[in-house]
Write a protein that binds this ligand. Structure first.
Ligand SMILES: *Cc1c(COP(=O)(O)O)cnc(C)c1O
Length: 433
């Protein structure tokens, strides 16, 4: 058995299928985000300044002065690591504090913090479902990998409902009957298409058929709702969803994940989940940084408003230039390519020729034929950044012979400026007029 050859061939297979991934070597500048230094591979390793357009640090909270200060202070006071699992070494106070912030944020009795959002879904879904007798899990077909792993790990029976299709969900609930334990698992905001689940309608069905609900609000926490608790808060249904899961790594700009729920659900997961019990807790610095971000966004609406405005401006400007933006009701800006190789080439050209970093999104993250550039504007991007982006993308589309569209222009609000007007290409200027 040639072990080395097997690994080598596995990677070669990915390369042939155009699925081999290359990560850009980036050095983020907290004070100047979205700027970063990029170190190209190969001969010329001279760092070059680039603009990041695909960060999930959606609100740039990772570099917020309150957050940086909290992280620094906590490290100086408490040192670097947590010192062990909570079962072995107890709970350091910054996590207690963070869990209070999160329970309060979601209007729940308790919350439990994990080392990542991925782990929180694995632990949350698998533990809750496996504690329910003969539980049937009803899972949205576009659920994130971490939720699928949680479902698998539970060992429970699973049925998949068509994405956001409440009629199909109702059919499955009806078949299962009132008496059987049922857990509905879904996301509030799906991160690839940027579409939003009909949360209230799902909560209605859960009440009608006596099912439990588990929602992943990873791409919404910090960004939606009056205090940044997510789509459930925005839609006024937080109290109608049993378990709310979120991450501290995206809108909150740090690291870690959590569930918020009733005291007994949280206590059960805390007591039964191996992926909570047998792993070292988040360090005090990270817990303190996350708590600072959560606290800040409970009262500060400015980041959310600017975030939505920049997303609308980006969609408007790209669509006005005839680029195939998928419209949706969220901050995600999917720019469709529809071919893995072209998608990678577009990403490479944007980086090398224009100093714009947008990672290509290919299978298996999205379906074959729907490969795309997933653009995530932040409050730190400006009108000038958007104008530069549009010019760069038009150049890349022209170079690669990618199709432009005649689809309708995605509107701005009346008081919002059109970034296309700042473009230097005459054709784009005309589009703005
Ligand atoms: C990123 C992501 C997660 C995992 O969160 P991490 O904190 O990055 O581990 C969970 N669910 C969804 C929908 C995600 O996109």
């Amino acid at each position: 058995m040639d072990y080395e050859a097997i690994f080598h061939q596995s990677v070669e297979r990915l390369k042939m299928e155009r699925r081999y991934r290359v990560f850009a070597d980036l050095e983020r500048d907290a004070a100047r985000f979205p700027y970063a230094m990029w170190r190209p591979e190969g001969q010329d390793k001279t760092p070059r300044e680039v603009v990041i357009w695909c960060s999930n640090d959606y609100l740039a909270m990772g570099g917020h002065p309150d957050v940086v200060k909290a992280v620094t202070k906590a490290t100086q006071r408490h040192g670097a690591g947590a010192g062990g699992t909570r079962n072995i070494s107890g709970t350091h106070h910054p996590i207690v504090d963070l869990e209070h912030e999160l329970a309060d944020l979601h209007g729940k009795e308790a919350s439990l913090v994990f080392t990542s959002g991925w782990i929180s879904n694995l632990a949350g879904i698998s533990t809750i479902a496996s504690l329910l007798p003969d539980c049937l899990i009803l899972s949205d077909e576009l659920n994130h990998n971490s939720m699928i792993e949680g479902v698998r790990r539970s060992g429970c029976e699973k049925q998949v409902w068509r994405h956001n299709d409440v009629a199909h969900l109702e059919e499955l609930l009806q078949q299962a009957g009132q008496e059987r334990a049922k857990l509905i698992v879904f996301e509030s905001l799906y991160s690839m298409d940027g579409d939003i689940a009909p949360v209230a309608a799902i909560a209605d069905l859960a009440a009608k058929y006596n099912a439990m609900t588990y929602i992943d609000e990873v791409h919404a926490v910090g960004m939606y709702g009056a205090r940044g608790a997510g789509i459930c808060e925005r839609d006024g249904v937080m109290d109608r969803i049993d378990v709310i899961e979120g991450t501290l790594a995206k809108g909150f700009g740090n690291m870690g994940g959590y569930i918020a729920a009733s005291a007994s659900i949280v206590d059960a997961v805390r007591s039964y989940a191996p992926s909570f019990i047998f792993t070292t807790a988040l360090p005090p610095s990270v817990a303190a940084g996350a708590a600072a971000a959560v606290r800040h966004l409970k009262t500060s609406q400015g980041e959310r408003d600017q975030h939505q405005k920049m997303a609308r401006m980006t969609k408007h400007a790209l669509s006005a230039a005839g680029l195939p933006v998928m419209d949706n009701p969220s901050h995600i800006v999917p720019l469709m390519v529809g071919d893995a190789e072209k998608c990678k080439q577009a990403s490479d050209l944007l980086l090398e020729r224009h100093g714009i970093y947008i990672q290509p999104i290919n299978y298996p993250t999205v379906a074959i034929g729907t490969e795309r550039l997933r653009i995530t504007p932040t409050p730190r991007h400006t009108q000038a950044h958007v104008a530069e982006l549009v010019e760069a993308v038009v150049d890349v589309w022209t170079t690669l012979g990618l199709p432009f569209t005649q689809a309708s222009i995605i509107p701005l609000r009346r008081d919002e400026p059109a970034a296309v007007a700042q473009c230097t290409y005459p054709e784009l200027k005309r589009a703005a007029e």
